[in-house]
Design a protein around this ligand. Structure first.
Ligand SMILES: Nc1ncnc2c1ncn2[C@@H]1O[C@H](COP(=O)(O)OP(=O)(O)OP(=O)(O)O)[C@@H](O)[C@H]1O
Ligand SMILES: [Mg+2]
Length: 446
């Protein structure tokens, strides 16, 4: 019987199949450069089919970038509210972007830990977060079944060690992930911690000598996940796991906050009072999803007023374009490209020329490292905690397997070398080792 493993990642997903002899990655996304890796993106157009992966990004970009956002007040009908046992019936309204051709959802897995996300209205249909995650999960499953040529009835899905530092949020996120995968119509769905899966895969591939103690450092788009294990023949003993909700998305936000936000009005002042642009506006620059929230008449009014009265009209004109012309995702893609370039180069540039935005901001690797100092430190603490929990000294770790896109960032690799002085660092299939391990473990570990 075939064993199927699905790495449902914050940024990328992949699926592997194990037939008892070899593990193979499935070609999930025919539009992607690497067909074995599907972007964890969901696009729901106003009318038409639901789209996932690279095509979701392509369609969103084609249909939305540069278009004018037009917010209108729409009635949601009557709602009944109860105040001190008195019922009040009121008309409810919501601001709706009437020009919007489709909604794009990115990093849905990260939202699982956010208790604030309850429901969202997508062109008249209410989706809970679990339903959105299930919709994306179903797309991944369908692509896997198409590549496999048969229906899948049992699978092993990866889960982060921790979604959140807070226990209650962490538990609720896991419950929502399980709920979502319970909706895709597969009889048996099991879950396994992502770095444990990667550990199984590496132990099988590298034929580690029994007794070798090693650590898996799986650093993706949403979370950093760790396991400490000991090789035992073909298998492993898991000694400890650990994790923190730090990932590539957060590192992108740090670049935005430290280097790019000043180009969009952070540090600008209103004349003549010398007041700064309100923090509730500036804090929404942290992600492209929150930039979209600035597109409301009350917030736009603040931006336009600042543009008229501030000492930095160029920056505030750029902010207005960013918001009203929907360039948020494009900007964050430029930031991500610069971040990735900094893994190989000493400097990079965040570039975006569109409407009133004329951005070409250089960033050096040193500046990037300074911006993410707190995250590097948290990663070090997380690694050392896991080693301690395993009952080991840092010097006893002989090998570190790194996986996940963010594990390619040099400053995190250096921190690992310092924390675990006797360990050899080996990069394993950056975007595929978790899926491979899940498939493998699904066939051998019960
Ligand atoms: N060369 C690189 N240098 C730095 N960061 C990179 C590089 N390549 C990819 N990334 C980042 O890695 C992240 C995606 O990695 P990956 O696909 O392993 O995450 P994921 O598995 O989807 O997320 P998670 O496991 O946290 O749920 C993105 O934030 C991306 O910007
Ligand atoms: Mg991952």
């Amino acid at each position: 019987m075939l064993s199927i493993g699905i790495d449902f990642g914050t940024s990328n997903s992949s699926v592997a199949v194990y037939d008892g002899q070899t593990v193979k990655l499935l070609e999930l996304d025919t539009h992607a450069k690497d067909r074995r890796v599907m972007r964890s993106l969901l696009y729901i157009p106003r009318d038409g089919e639901i789209v996932a992966g690279q095509r979701a990004l392509d369609l969103y970009t084609e249909q939305n970038t540069g278009r004018e956002v037009k917010m209108e007040r729409h009635s949601l009908g009557e709602i009944t509210m109860t105040f001190s046992e008195m019922e009040v019936v009121k008309e409810a309204y919501a601001m709706v972007d009437v020009n919007e051709p489709g909604r794009l959802f990115q990093s849905l897995k990260r939202f699982l830990a956010m208790t604030s996300f309850k429901k969202t209205d997508v062109f008249g249909t209410e989706y809970s977060l679990e339903e959105l995650v299930a919709t994306l999960a179903q797309q991944i499953l369908r692509a896997a079944e198409a590549a496999l040529g048969s229906k899948i009835s049992s699978l092993v899905v990866g889960r982060p060690v921790r979604f959140d530092d807070d226990d209650e949020k962490d538990q609720s996120a896991l419950a929502k992930l399980k709920d979502a995968w319970g909706r895709v119509g597969v009889d048996e769905v099991r879950f396994m911690e992502e770095p444990v899966a990667a550990a199984h895969h590496h132990a099988a591939e590298a034929r580690l000598v029994t007794g070798t103690r090693f650590l898996v450092f799986d650093f993706g788009g949403g979370t950093l996940d760790i396991t400490v294990a000991e090789a035992r023949g073909d298998s492993i003993d898991v000694l400890a796991t650990g994790g923190v909700p730090i990932g590539g998305d957060l590192l992108d936000s740090r670049i935005m906050e430290t280097r790019i936000a000043p180009q969009f009005g952070r540090g600008a002042h209103y004349e003549p009072e010398g007041l700064p642009v309100p923090s509730h506006i500036l804090s929404r620059l942290r992600t492209w999803q929150t930039i979209v929230e600035l597109n409301r008449p009350d917030r736009l009014e603040i931006i336009r007023d600042a543009r008229r009265r501030s000492d930095s009209p160029r920056e505030l004109a750029a902010l207005e374009s960013l918001v009203t012309r929907n360039h948020g995702l494009e900007l964050f893609r430029a930031i991500e490209r610069a971040k990735i370039a900094l893994s190989d180069e000493e400097q990079a540039e965040v570039r975006l020329q569109a409407d009133d935005i004329d951005l070409a901001e250089g960033i050096t690797r040193d500046e990037f490292e300074a911006a993410i100092g707190a995250q590097v430190n948290s990663s070090r603490v997380c690694v050392l905690d896991a080693v301690r929990q395993a009952g080991l000294e840092p010097e006893e770790i002989a090998l570190v397997i790194t996986t996940g896109g963010s594990s390619l960032i040099p400053v995190f690799r250096n921190a690992l070398r310092e924390a675990l002085p006797n360990a050899k660092l080996t990069a394993a299939g950056t975007f595929t080792s978790v899926a491979a391990g899940l498939a493998l473990a699904g066939g051998t570990v019960k």
